[in-house]
Ligand binder design. Structure first.
Ligand SMILES: CC(C)(COP(=O)(O)OP(=O)(O)OC[C@H]1O[C@@H](n2cnc3c(N)ncnc32)[C@H](O)[C@@H]1OP(=O)(O)O)[C@@H](O)C(=O)NCCC(=O)NCCS
Length: 203
């Protein structure tokens, strides 16, 4: 009974129909992802990396790169994140290129997408049939709206492992400025503990 009421509460909060890995065949969805990532509101939060449609088409052909699309209840793509299996012999896996369409941010979709992305990463085997152990992500600070990502990162159980006050260099209004960036880890054990305690809102 308790389980049922928690399940109902969670599904009431959910605004996404789900997330899924995109492939080369998802031409239209990859185009929308490129638009979301290149939107200046979002792009400022990323370090220089491939984001054009051709770059994304190349990335999805790499078996160690998993580009996920988040779909709303009307089955439109509203956000994206990527899980990168960086190295065959190291047990960390990077979450990057996390963004929600800029006109619908701060309404709970990002938290839901990241919760579902974490679940996907821990419950889907890698291309080498391994289960992921430690998810890693970086948050660049002191940029417009950066607090949202940090709030979600802590809410979903990540712990900060390092913070550099001058790691990233941004050009803002034509001037180069150094900004802090912090690295966070989420271990499988913590994900499982928080799942059992019902701490995730939407999974
Ligand atoms: C980061 C991002 C994915 C989050 O998605 P979102 O849909 O906007 O966020 P949500 O509405 O799900 O959650 C935001 C949380 O931040 C909290 N928050 C908002 N403003 C805040 C502030 N100024 N200080 C602290 N917390 C704040 C909200 O209260 C909410 O937490 P709650 O659910 O407990 O209330 C989205 O804003 C985005 O795409 N940003 C631009 C790109 C980016 O920063 N990517 C991350 C790179 S590491």
């Amino acid at each position: 009974m308790l389980l049922l009421s928690r399940y109902m509460a969670n599904s009431e909060l959910g605004q996404l129909s789900g997330i899924r890995e995109l492939t080369l065949n998802d031409v239209t969805d990859l185009q929308v992802v490129a638009e979301i990532l290149n939107d200046p509101v979002n792009a400022i939060h990323f370090t220089e990396s491939a984001k054009g449609i051709e770059d994304l088409q190349q990335l999805v052909q790499n078996p160690n790169y998993h580009l996920l699309g988040a779909y709303n209840l009307d089955r439109e793509i509203v956000g994206t994140l990527s899980v990168v299996d960086e190295s065959r012999d190291v047990n960390t896996y990077l979450i990057e290129k996390t963004a929600i369409r800029s006109d619908i941010q701060n309404r709970g979709l990002g938290r839901e997408m990241i919760e579902k992305g974490i679940k996907w990463a821990f419950e889907t085997p890698t291309n080498q049939e391994r289960m992921r152990k430690i998810l890693v992500l970086w948050v660049q600070e002191d940029l417009p709206g950066w607090e949202r990502m940090q709030a979600i990162v802590y809410q979903t159980g990540f712990l900060q492992v390092v913070r550099e006050p001058d790691l990233v260099v941004k050009t803002i209004d034509g001037i180069e400025v150094e900004k802090p960036s912090a690295r966070y880890h989420l271990r499988r054990e913590r994900y499982e503990e928080l799942s059992i305690k019902g701490k995730y809102r939407t999974i």
